[in-house]
Design a protein around this ligand. Sequence first.
Ligand SMILES: Nc1ncnc2c1ncn2[C@@H]1O[C@H](COP(=O)(O)OP(=O)(O)O)[C@@H](O)[C@H]1O
Ligand SMILES: [Mg+2]
Length: 257
Amino acid sequence: MKEEELYRILEGKICTLERREKSTEDRKTYDEVFDKNTLLTLYTLISKGVIQTLDFPISTGKEGNVFRATDEKGEPVAVKIYRTSTSTYKNLTKYITGDPRFRNIPKDRRGIIFLWAQKEYKNLARMYNAGIKSPEPKKLLKNVLVMQYIGCEEQPAPMLKDTTLSDAEKSYKSIKMMMKKLYEEAQLIHGDLSEYNILVEDEECFLIDVGQSVVLEHPLASELLLRDITNITRYFKKLGVKINEKELLDYIRGQEQ
Ligand SMILES: Nc1ncnc2c1ncn2[C@@H]1O[C@H](COP(=O)(O)OP(=O)(O)O)[C@@H](O)[C@H]1O
Ligand SMILES: [Mg+2]
């Protein structure tokens, strides 16, 4: 299928098709996200009824972009698209190597990025199934991940860093419990836990962004757990919550006195 034909079919279904009117900078981003193969993947997801429309961008990150989309039932969903063109894929392999779930690691960029998307999908499923507040994974196809949308009709839930908590102590406690559940039940270390990867909706905290999360036996596990603990304690100490890092570590690992 020719790219123009694809565009014609997808016309009106993907917000970015109005890209011709956008600034050069926006257009550059869009062209990077929506390469021909990604358009084909979106086309497949639309034909299968997983999504109906891709409505508007929520975020442009280092490795991918997140969009608000609408599913077949007319409900909002979040779609994370990993860029296969400009993604800094070289940094990704260190979070994959050593994970017993992925023994054959591809050498090419696209292969690594597809695997990375798979890793995020699997981690999300483990986290969600362990009863941790997080987006429910719905579908993964190549570099496109469809998950539950966290937010209200008007806007996505804000990141923790952009909110004012009414009860910081209570939010800290819920995050602490989620970190323990993640360790004990999902057997994962988040690996990039901070006020940037926690969304707050109606005072409830949701953990997101688990592509880099590693299984407990991964060589980077301890280092990443300590980093997560440092980030979380730094943030909540600033809000006046009394925290002892060592106690938090023992609590997560089930070694409290
Ligand atoms: N399920 C979701 N529902 C609503 N917003 C989301 C969802 N997932 C991600 N976002 C938004 O997109 C941003 C980037 O997503 P994230 O998974 O953290 O990717 P990255 O940091 O790698 O770019 C988040 O900070 C959040 O604002
Ligand atoms: Mg993030």
